[in-house]
Design a protein around this ligand. Structure first.
Ligand code: NG1
Length: 402
């Protein structure tokens, strides 16, 4: 959307500002290509930013009030005062993502109009895009600068305000993505390493039509996985004679994979052994996938996507029949590989194919998944080609942003 449209919508929501131009912060959504449910274990992941994202038009106020209006009428206006401690709105209120950023930055405040072309609860990080866009708007209006890596870590921790024990992948890629590239994110210490996505590769994102609401049961299941991974790590470390607080990267460096899996299998908990196996094997797949991308080896990357999905489905138990069906259909239509992306429990899949095959894959999903479910009308929003895009920014006033 052109920012002039946002200016007009802003004026309708708050009245035209008496002084200065309305400014716009933009933060993209992301699709994680591989490395799922391992960022909170401190293991590398390989996401890329999307063209779609969140835009916030903003203008300073002279008091400590922040007023938020969302162009999507499903989200009611929200307001809060910026103090040292900002109480959250009830669980599930979208305004909590803005509060998360404001609480993390604790500055003075403004009127903000939020606009998004990202599907919500689709595993594409619409929530973190909102947190990052909000943080950039607040920082820009208050002339605060924070070094990029520090801001990524800061907002990763800051988003836990909403109650999800998330890793740091989303905030890092949303802020640090490079156009045309996927980025390997390492967490100890935080570092982004871009790899160009080969021009004849096409990643396709398709939504399962199932909302993965982070505020409800999905959050509990997500947080349960983080606890299980931690428990599995402690059990394996103790049995190997390592320190109980050793982190995953160090544990993986301390013993061969076969030995780690054998020790995990002997702990007496089938669930913990399977969670552990997912984490360890997924970590290996990330390295292999990055190498396959650098070597333009589409078939190898596709097989790694398939293996990741099997592991997330069987060992990690975060898939759903709708996601499995989409993966199956994408494969049948000629994708080299496909898997659920994001936290799961609903949300989207990502599939990879040669660029020239993308129309066939998209058409097959439309006919065989969306049409039978009565959802063919809005299909462009549900299934689309993922364009590896640049990270978040504050746009120059008056600049048009397609
Ligand atoms: P999504 O897909 O946005 O719910 C969540 C976490 C990530 C990561 C993935 C699973 C947040 C903000 N994001 O992402 O850190 O753990 O799940 O790989 O909690």
């Amino acid at each position: 959307m052109a920012s002039t449209h946002l200016d007009a919508a802003f004026a309708r929501a708050f009245g035209a500002p008496a002084t200065g131009a309305v400014q716009v912060a933009r933060a993209p959504g992301r699709v994680n290509l591989i490395g799922e449910h391992i960022d909170y274990c401190g293991l590398p992941v390989l996401p890329m930013a999307l063209r779609q994202g969140v835009r916030i038009a903003f203008h300073p106020r002279s008091d400590r009030e922040t007023r938020l209006v969302n162009r999507d009428p499903r989200f009611a206006p929200s307001a809060f005062a910026v103090n040292a401690s900002i109480p959250p709105a009830p669980a599930g209120d979208w305004g909590n993502y803005a509060r998360a950023a404001a609480q993390a930055l604790a500055q003075r405040f403004r009127d903000l109009l939020v606009d998004s072309d990202l599907p919500i609860a689709a595993g594409l990080s619409s929530s973190s895009a909102l947190v990052v866009a909000m943080a950039l708007a607040l920082m820009h209006a208050n002339q605060v600068t924070v070094a990029p890596l520090e801001l990524m870590e800061f907002l990763g921790r800051g988003e836990r305000y909403v109650g999800t024990a998330g890793g740091g992948m989303d905030q890092a890629i949303i802020l640090g993505a490079r156009a045309g590239c996927a980025s390997r994110i390492d967490f100890h210490p935080l570092r982004l390493t871009p790899t160009a996505v080969p021009p004849d590769w096409q990643f396709i994102v398709a939504w399962s039509l199932v909302h993965a609401e982070k505020s409800g049961a999905a959050r509990q299941s997500y947080n349960e996985r983080t606890r299980q991974c931690d428990e599995a790590r402690r059990l394996v470390a103790t049995r190997l004679g390592q320190r109980e607080d050793i982190n995953y990267p160090a544990l993986l460096a301390a013993a061969p994979v076969e030995q780690l899996l054998e020790v995990a299998g002997a702990t007496g908990s089938d669930v913990l052994a399977r969670r552990f196996r997912h984490v360890v094997t997924e970590g290996i797949r990330v390295r292999q996938a990055e190498a396959a991308m650098a070597a333009h080896d589409l078939a190898a990357f596709g097989l790694l996507l398939d293996a990741s999905h099997q592991s997330l489905r069987g060992d990690y138990e975060v898939s759903r029949p709708e996601l499995d069906r989409l993966v199956e259909l994408a494969r049948e239509a000629g994708a080299a590989g496909a898997r659920l992306t994001g936290a799961g429990f609903g949300g989207s899949i990502v599939a990879l194919c040669r660029a020239e095959r993308a129309p066939e894959v998209i058409a097959a999903l439309r006919e065989r998944f969306y049409a039978p479910r009565g959802a063919a009308g809005d299909v462009e929003r549900y299934v689309f080609r993922a364009e590896p895009s640049a990270g978040a920014e504050v746009l120059t006033p008056g600049a048009s942003s397609a």
